[in-house]
Design a protein around this ligand. Structure first.
Ligand SMILES: *[C@@H]1O[C@H](CO)[C@@H](O)[C@H](O)[C@H]1NC(C)=O
Ligand SMILES: *[C@@H]1O[C@H](CO)[C@@H](O)[C@H](O)[C@H]1NC(C)=O
Ligand SMILES: *[C@@H]1O[C@H](CO)[C@@H](O)[C@H](O)[C@H]1NC(C)=O
Length: 319
């Protein structure tokens, strides 16, 4: 008797929880609008299970939907200029995960790479997500939440081509001389000031640099350095996510988002696209062809930005 009276409220609580949270899984739909093949890579956080795939190819125009379990956390990115050598070893000029295979199988992207980071149901029923250029940039990427709710449940990303506009000291070029990626100042100069490490390891001591500002001006909603949280972390309840590589730079996207009456948070007025720069025409889409590429040393600076932000958020709630 006493057991039954306990079980009934427990099971109805569980059902109510399912109804309120609405979903027990989240889908990511990846679409390649680039004029070339992109090989997405997926890395789950240490505490999250691997998804059904950790790397695959996406022809131009192609889409693929992947389901992530409840509370999944991890990152997705696009690898470019990938090929297989005569020994069967698979590698990519940008975003390579070093696995030697199509699947990344638990390894992350070598910088520079544009990253989409997620923590599903990170805190208070909200998914936390961002697009990060902290590890540099390799291709335009847009995240659009579908069907979610919340005050700052909105699109984020870096929709311009920063490869052409990249300062020469940060530029990564193919042997053919083509700009294929743009390093972060941290990766290029390895100084604590740019990497927000050592004496610069706090939000108070690590400030934007002239380099991070180049990224921020071009892509105002993306993370441009480690402590760029306020304008770069977005939250949605019960959303699915569209991730598009090379979305057409589209200035009316901004206008259509501002019509969304749910977005009352002033921070989300940060434009997705810096129309000043788009109209200047400084940033042009460039297609490209595979070629050789120098050594990309990996410092996974952004590793865990989302979980860090969530941790800080949870910590703040204690006080
Ligand atoms: C857009 O870019 C210009 C030029 O770099 C910069 O002065 C301005 O602050 C940027 N706007 C936003 C919203 O980031
Ligand atoms: C979105 O909401 C989170 C949590 O409330 C906050 O930390 C973040 O700064 C917000 N982001 C924007 C861009 O408003
Ligand atoms: C630009 O965005 C608007 C709103 O999202 C959409 O209706 C329009 O078709 C887009 N235009 C292009 C060229 O992609």
């Amino acid at each position: 008797m006493s057991q039954r009276t306990l079980l009934i409220p427990l099971s109805s609580f569980f059902i109510a929880h399912l109804l309120i949270s609405g979903v027990v899984s989240t889908t990511f739909t990846l679409t390649n609008k680039c004029g070339y093949t992109v090989w997405p890579g997926i890395l789950s956080n240490a505490d999250a299970p691997a998804l059904s795939t950790t790397g695959f190819s996406l022809q131009k125009g192609e889409s693929k939907t992947i389901t992530a379990p409840a509370s999944w956390g991890g990152r997705l990115w696009g690898r470019t200029y990938c090929s297989q050598d005569s020994t069967g070893k698979f590698s990519c000029l940008t975003g390579d995960c070093g696995s030697g295979k199509l699947e990344c199988s638990g390894t992350g992207a070598a910088p520079p790479a544009t990253l989409a980071e997620f923590k599903i149901d990170g805190y208070g029923g909200m998914d936390y997500f961002d697009v990060s250029l902290v590890d540099g940039y390799n291709l335009p990427l847009l995240v659009v939440p579908q069907g979610g709710s919340g005050q700052n449940c909105t699109s984020t990303g870096c929709v311009v081509d920063l490869n052409g506009a990249c300062p020469s000291e940060l530029k990564v070029t193919s042997t053919g001389g083509e700009s294929v990626a743009c390093k972060s100042a941290c990766e290029a100069f390895r100084s604590p000031q740019y990497c927000c490490s050592g004496a610069y390891g706090t939000p108070d001591t690590c400030k934007p640099s002239s380099y991070s500002e180049i990224f921020k001006n071009a892509c105002p909603r993306a993370y441009s350095y480690a402590y760029d949280d306020k304008t770069s972390t977005f939250t949605c309840a019960s959303a699915d996510y569209q991730i598009t590589f090379c979305p057409a730079p589209n200035t009316s996207q901004k206008a259509s988002q501002e019509q969304n009456s749910e977005n009352t948070n002033t921070n989300t007025n940060t434009p997705l696209i810096n129309s000043t720069m788009v109209y200047e025409g400084a940033l042009s889409q460039n297609g490209a062809s595979p070629s050789m590429y120098g050594n990309v040393l990996g410092s996974h600076v952004t590793a865990g930005i989302v979980s860090f932000t969530v941790a800080i958020w949870q910590w703040r709630q204690l006080f």
